[in-house]
Write a protein that binds this ligand. Sequence first.
Ligand SMILES: Nc1ncnc2c1ncn2[C@@H]1O[C@H](COP(=O)(O)OP(=O)(O)OP(=O)(O)O)[C@@H](O)[C@H]1O
Length: 327
Amino acid sequence: MPFLEVNGLTKAIGTSFRLEPIDLVQAAGQRLAIAGATGSGKSTLLKLIAGLAQPDAGTVHLESARVLGADEKLLPGHPRIAYLSQHYELRHHYRVEELLEYANKLPYREALWIYDVCRITHLLQRKEHELSGGEKQRVATARLLIQQPALLLLDEPFSNLDRAHKTVMQQVLHDIGSELGITCLLVTHDPLDSLSWAEEILVLQEGRRVQQAAPQLLYRQPANEYVAGLFGPYNLFSPGLADAFAGTMALPASGRKALLRPEHLRLAPVSEPGARGIIQRLRYFGAHWEADVLVGNATLTVHCAQEQWRTGDEVSVVPQPDTLWFL
Ligand SMILES: Nc1ncnc2c1ncn2[C@@H]1O[C@H](COP(=O)(O)OP(=O)(O)OP(=O)(O)O)[C@@H](O)[C@H]1O
């Protein structure tokens, strides 16, 4: 049996939301993320996996043993599953070391290793109110890890973090898996935050599983527009425009809509074959520029590497080979 196995997990909340039967399998050590828009059911699914809510139907097994639902136990939860909520709490006025000692089941040297992995060793003497939000989150994570879980579930670990703290948390999560051997499963409304971490991402839309795949595949070959939008900007071509582009790439016409990311298009002089258009707007994003180009009655967004273009320029929009994705 796999490390974590979810079968037909279902839950209705009120009359307006229902988590449709969800199946999922996670191997030990596999870095898995669940992504979806606000209200798509991510937290509901995570709590069901943790045994903190009661499913209407379906089962969760961890290491071959069934995880009981919240109504089947006096104290909801599972000793081998740690759950880091978005609303974790640390006791006020205590030093970090005291907060951790209280929960620690490990010899001090082993605990110190976990504090290193969580990048909090330098914070041990600080009091709770002297920590930033990102530091508090890493202390809360360490407090869970010293209780020796096999599976760490994290609800939106990157929300409300600035870029620097987000990067540290991404490194911490990576090391929790690779150095401590603890399997992590996280949920996020912004899958871009976990692209570099996750080996696989399951996407939820209105309580349904719409796609599960490696991040590269989800990014380039999304199942629908909703998945495409979760992973950043995209151009949606009408069937007519898609077929025109397909022609420039020596692909057969399909009569279907197609999707292309802005970086899969480039601007070229009109002498190059492509779709003829006029630059309407240029935006600067540090590492690249982005141009809005009017092609027929569609506005395409195109990455451009240099500052060589001006608003009003007539250009050819050229797709990169093998990037057109038909929906
Ligand atoms: N206690 C509750 N009472 C009523 N409705 C709820 C409750 N908890 C969740 N819901 C509803 O269930 C749906 C799924 O909620 P859930 O928190 O699982 O979504 P989510 O994808 O985690 O969203 P977010 O990213 O905003 O946390 C939402 O429509 C939400 O409004």
